[in-house]
Design a protein around this ligand. Structure first.
Ligand code: NPW
Ligand code: ADP
Ligand code: K
Length: 493
């Protein structure tokens, strides 16, 4: 699914109005009905509903939502806010329509703000994607009041005060909803960890905006849901054999960190590679043979760390990093690998830190190499950013400059392609914030590369399946009990 920016959303709206054709008032009605459908599934009819409306189209939605809920049997009150600025035409039309159902109460000063009983669900329809400047004055006082309540708050389209596609300043006043019900596509700002408090649990509801516009309009940001991930899966053919699915090499582990090698090796095997060889330090030989009977093992001459690059001819993809440490001989191994490799490559963990500390190596990265940094590793690679929009932009610039693919890990991992396009992942949960889950991801992606998946597909699909396995594991065991081995166990496609 494409993630459009605020201007594109306005254009999408206008395109739909012109081409369907549909009046903008009817489109607002459709959006409001879609919101109400979600709302009625979430909150029973006995919950009183108070709707707080601004004067733009977001406020217009609020008025229509109030009318539809009231017609549907909910006890609804409407508060309109008296602040400078002109009301939109569709707001005014909906205000007229509302009057035969509900008499709105105007808030002209913060002292007019009502006492809100505990049971009331508040709907935030103050400002939407038309936000053009920080919220001030009475509107900001209203938002502060709303945020001080313990009531459930549901934002219409986007929390009032939150920008759609740029960073807010730290002291901006923004609604902190429990839920956001957003129209047609997720918004870029929902992907940023800095905005977690300003989205709550967010849900996309379709409002029938033009399919044609969505298809023909280029976007830089995407949200990878089930369908987008699964269309990348290459089905296994009946007469295939293990040679069909490639031979992966994982260079991993060091003394005390052989677990990282085991986890990534297991994940690699569970992700469909035909054959797997683990290259590990001598101390890891028995560990590998016992833990991973399906894998072959080559041992380094060094007891505790990897120092020797195995002959690469036999392999269809290489993954390096989990648990390898940053000793000088390992740095030399990484350099030699970059100098000689002719097959797809994944770089993770300490191998990324080696790149950060030996920056001349960055110029040797083969095109379409996949890098899987967590935010700290990314910061070492690309430097500081003052907010997460800047960090994402730094990721895009890095990916374009070095022609690599970056999986910037976290909730909604951002897979940044070498053309700068970003695919945010939809799966995964906070149970995965535990040691070793990143090693599992490296194994999965290396496996897909070995099977000759295009690097873009390997990254996007690998990240999706990793998160999905984490979600299955969390559903069975709960998030706190989840460990990285569970993610491997619940891989399944
Ligand atoms: N396309 C869709 O998917 C559909 C969208 N729909 C709905 O429309 C919403 C977008 O509507 P919208 O453009 O009218 O924006 P919204 O935020 O309500 O108000 C903008 C007004 O507020 C003003 N303003 C801006 N910042 C301000 C501030 N800090 N403090 C005070 N005022 C401020 C701004 O003024 P200006 O910048 O022009 O000076 C302008 O007058 C969208 O979120 C969704 O709910 C559906 O109805 C149908 C389908
Ligand atoms: N809150 C979260 N929601 C979803 N996924 C998460 C969350 N926290 C971590 N993850 C995922 O878990 C993995 C952690 O990787 P990493 O930090 O490299 O762990 P390690 O180095 O211990 O293996 C990443 O794939 C990341 O996307
Ligand atoms: K809103």
């Amino acid at each position: 699914m494409k993630i459009f920016n605020a201007q594109q959303i306005r254009d999408w709206d206008a395109y739909t109005i012109a081409h369907e054709p549909v009046s903008s008032l009817d489109l607002m009605e459709r959006a409001s009905q879609a919101f109400v459908k979600w709302f009625c599934n979430q909150f029973v009819q006995t919950r009183p509903v108070w709707v707080f409306c601004g004067k733009g189209n977001n406020g217009g939605d609020g008025l229509a939502i109030a009318r539809i809920l009231s017609t549907g049997g909910y006890d609804v009150q409407v508060y309109t806010i008296d602040y400078p600025g002109k009301a939109s035409a569709d707001y005014s039309a909906n205000l007229e329509r509302l009057k035969s159902h509900i008499t709105p109460t105007q808030i002209a000063a913060i002292t007019d703000f009502p006492e809100v009983p505990e049971q009331v669900v508040c709907i935030d329809a103050l400002l939407g994607t038309g936000l053009s400047r920080p919220v001030e004055g009475l509107l900001s006082e209203i938002i502060v009041k709303l945020n001080s309540l313990t009531n459930k708050i549901v934002s219409v389209d986007i929390a009032s005060g939150l920008y759609t596609d740029q960073s807010n300043a730290q002291d901006d006043v923004i609604v902190k909803p429990h839920f956001t019900v957003t129209f047609q596509c997720p918004k870029l700002s929902f992907m940023m960890p800095q905005n977690a408090h300003f989205t709550g649990s967010w849900h996309v509801v379709p409002i029938g905006l033009s399919e044609e516009y969505a298809q023909q309009t280029p976007a830089s940001y995407y949200f990878t849901e089930k369908k987008a991930a699964e269309t990348r899966i290459q089905p296994r053919q009946k007469f295939s054999h293990k040679g069909t699915f490639g031979h992966a090499l994982l260079v991993a582990g060091s003394f005390g960190k052989m677990g990282a090698a085991v986890l990534s090796g297991k994940a690699c095997l569970r992700s469909g590679a035909g054959l797997l060889t683990m290259h590990v330090p001598a101390c890891g030989y028995e560990i590998m043979q016992i833990s991973l009977p399906e894998a072959m093992t080559t041992v380094d001459k060094h007891e505790k760390i990897n120092t020797q690059l195995p002959e690469l001819d036999a392999y269809s993809a290489v993954g390096i990093g989990p648990g390898i440490g940053k000793e000088q001989p390992t740095v030399e191994l990484v350099e030699k690998l970059l100098d000689t490799i002719g097959v797809p490559l994944l770089i993770d963990a300490d191998a990324l830190n080696i790149l950060s500390e030996n920056r001349q190596l960055l110029d040797k990265l083969p095109a379409k190499t996949i890098l899987t940094p967590h935010p700290k590793e990314f910061q070492r690679l690309a430097g500081d950013s003052s907010n997460e929009f800047e960090r994402l932009e730094a990721g895009r610039q890095f990916a374009i400059r070095h022609q690599v693919i970056i999986c910037l890990k976290g909730a909604n991992t951002a897979v940044i392609l070498s053309n700068g396009d970003v695919h945010f992942n939809s799966t995964g949960n906070a149970g995965m914030a535990t040691g070793g889950t990143g090693d599992v991801l490296s194994g999965i992606i290396t496996s897909l590369l070995a099977q000759k998946y295009p690097a873009e597909d390997a990254a996007i699909l690998g990240v999706y399946e990793h998160g999905l396995a984490g979600d299955r594991a969390a559903a069975r065991r709960g998030q706190s009990a989840l460990i990285a081995s569970d993610v491997v166990e619940y891989l399944g496609w």
